[in-house]
Design a protein around this ligand. Sequence first.
Ligand SMILES: Nc1ncnc2c1ncn2[C@@H]1O[C@H](COP(=O)(O)OP(=O)(O)OP(=O)(O)O)[C@@H](O)[C@H]1O
Ligand SMILES: [Mg+2]
Length: 246
Amino acid sequence: MKKQPLIIENLSKTYLQAHIGRKNKTRALRGVNLKLENNEIFSLIGLNGSGKTTAIKLILGLIHPDTGKVKIFGNPHFSSSSKRKTGYLPEMPYFSRNFSPVEILKFWGSLSDIPKDKLKKRIHAVLNYTSLTGAEHKKLNSFSRGMLQRLGLAQALLSDPELLILDEPMGGLDPRGIIEIRDHMKKLKERGKTIFFSSHIISEVEKVADRVAVLHKGKILKITEPHSRLEDEFLSIISEHEKNSK
Ligand SMILES: Nc1ncnc2c1ncn2[C@@H]1O[C@H](COP(=O)(O)OP(=O)(O)OP(=O)(O)O)[C@@H](O)[C@H]1O
Ligand SMILES: [Mg+2]
């Protein structure tokens, strides 16, 4: 039987910041537990500052938790097997503007230890998949936000990972770009992939996700299935929580 793509147990994170002689504490994540099933599209929804990016950075091992652990396909998230099976689209993909998509992907592929003969084919496949063919040798300084987002997705897909972690994949995109990303996610699911993505565009989440977790002030308040009134449910879960915690 295939192992679960992602298991998160009791994950917590507090940021400490020095501020005019004092230390500020932000409890960004508080004891989060989650289990993803194979081949599902799972969305983490929450208001700005609810802890979505923090959760994603912890899952990827980019920052260290105060408590908790993360397993990817049965192995600790920091293991090389977990890293090989995971693709990541950051909230704001950053690329040096003096390079072209092919140059960026070649560099990324060599960092990810993709063999040279395979890398050429993969670059061709992901450029085609994200409709960047035709712009593959253009410098990124002429790229729109949507094209950069597509390059971010191409990079996340380069090693053909089983699990995709996408932080606000629809962020900053126009309606057509949003539809494209949604279609990509659906196609990736059809190809057997599992997707975990964060968003605060609830109307989009309900069109693509199989399950949704509501994150608020670092806590998962509810895991639910999408429906046409998800936005209302989301807002009422949050206001109910605020009322009860007064
Ligand atoms: N590096 C950091 N240092 C200090 N505080 C941080 C840091 N990163 C995030 N925070 C704080 O942690 C909390 C959660 O932030 P996070 O970026 O995880 O939220 P988010 O849900 O991704 O928000 P958004 O929807 O705006 O992307 C916020 O209060 C934020 O200000
Ligand atoms: Mg974020």
